[in-house]
Design a protein around this ligand. Structure first.
Ligand SMILES: *Cc1c(COP(=O)(O)O)cnc(C)c1O
Length: 387
């Protein structure tokens, strides 16, 4: 087995930029420096790149190009969706969310709570999924918005966004979903799924970092927002600032690739993920999958190794690029919110390892990872467990 190490198994945190995307970004950077708002040939050439990317993003989501607002990523898109919604209201209302949200949803909502908004947090079930009936129960006449992550970034579990979208449409509230992990990996159709606002990030699906988008529904019904940054009035006055043309062109290409490859990639990654789990669970006693086996992101596994410390396993495995809990909050040693949400105690959380395979992960790499994890787990157990 010839495998180049370290093997990257942390595709929840970020993904490598696809070579086709690199080429598009390089061409835009080198060949089209114009400001897309300038009324001359340089501007028009840059605008053509932005227009094409807008169409590519819209094609992936199933919306109109005019419904796409380019941002610096999903963090900004989430902030714009939530604070931009709240800013429309003279009096604070109620927002329904879940205990599975990324910090870029959780923290803006905490700020809104401090400003008087009532934030109702629906708890997921032990399988790492929220139930549509629990969301329904939390919606009151004062509720104006529901925000639910589409695919959870630590557990990999998919939330029932289509049912939640239908519920929100019926109750006349705006449905926002943080789809940073879902877009490009699983089918999602904003029109059919009743989504009002959707956040995405290019670097989670083989695009560049620092670029993303917010889908803002324009019809049936039109979703209104107030801008957070004012200035030149770009992006229909929702997000002022000169556009990141190379990044946006790269995001468009990432969307085009995702549309072309999503099904094939998903099928292959599901197979690799299943085999990796079987290989590890077949050799290491008591290994459990955190969160429901399905529906989940293809190739995404969060594994509990009872009696073992995940951090120790990772130290044993410099040949694998792995993460405990969430890469976004894990670095400062904070407990994992998602693992707590599914009922794991501190020790169980500390024994959990996040593995996410990606488009460029080979069969050899997945087999190598399984083999090394089994060896490292055996060694740690031999040395007396979690110690
Ligand atoms: C990565 C991630 C974000 C943040 O995206 P950035 O583009 O890095 O700001 C938000 N939500 C989820 C679920 C994510 O996985």
């Amino acid at each position: 087995m010839t495998v180049r190490t370290p093997v990257y198994l942390d595709h929840h945190a970020t993904t490598p930029v696809d070579p086709a995307v690199v080429e598009v970004v390089r061409d835009a950077l080198a060949g089209h420096f114009g400001n897309p708002h300038s009324a001359h040939a340089f501007g028009w050439a840059a605008k053509a790149l932005v227009d094409r990317a807008r169409e590519q993003v819209a094609a992936l989501l199933g919306c109109a190009p005019a419904e796409i607002v380019f941002t610096s990523g999903a963090t900004e898109a989430n902030n714009l969706a939530l604070k931009g919604h709240a800013a429309l209201h003279d009096r604070p209302g109620r927002i329904v969310t879940t205990n599975l949200e990324h910090a870029s949803v959780e923290r803006p909502l905490a700020e809104l709570a401090a400003a008087g908004w009532e934030i109702a947090t629906v708890a997921c079930r032990p399988d790492g999924r929220v139930r549509v009936e629990d969301v329904a129960e939390a919606i009151t006449p004062a509720t104006t918005l529901v925000s639910v992550v589409a695919a959870q970034n630590e557990l990999g579990t998919l939330q029932p966004w289509s049912e939640i979208g239908a519920l929100c449409r019926e109750r006349g509230v705006v449905f926002h979903t943080d789809a940073a992990q879902a877009v490009g990996k699983v089918p999602l159709d904003v029109m059919a799924d009743g989504v009002g606002l959707l956040s995405l990030s290019a670097h989670k699906f083989y695009g560049p970092k620092g670029v993303g988008a917010l889908f803002v529904r324009a019809r049936g019904p039109h979703v209104r927002l107030r801008a957070l940054a004012s200035g030149g009035g770009q992006e229909r006055d929702l997000r002022s600032g000169t556009l990141n043309v190379p990044g946006i062109a790269g995001l468009g290409e990432a969307c085009r690739l995702a549309l072309a490859r999503r099904e094939v990639d998903a099928e292959r990654l599901r197979g690799l993920g299943r085999d990796l789990f079987d290989a590890v669970a077949g050799s290491v006693d008591d290994v459990r999958l955190n969160g429901a086996a399905a529906p989940r992101l293809p190739g995404s596994l969060n594994l509990a190794f009872p009696g073992l410390a995940a951090i120790r396993l990772i130290r044993e495995l410099p040949v694998l690029a792995l993460s405990t809990g969430s890469a976004c909050s894990g670095a400062d040693g904070e407990p994992s919110r998602a693992l707590a949400a599914i009922g794991l105690d501190a020790v169980e959380q500390a024994s959990s390892l996040r593995i996410c395979l990606g488009r460029h992960t080979t069969r050899d790499e997945a087999d190598f990872a399984a083999e090394r994890i089994v060896v490292a787990a055996g060694k740690s157990r031999g040395e007396g467990g979690a110690g």
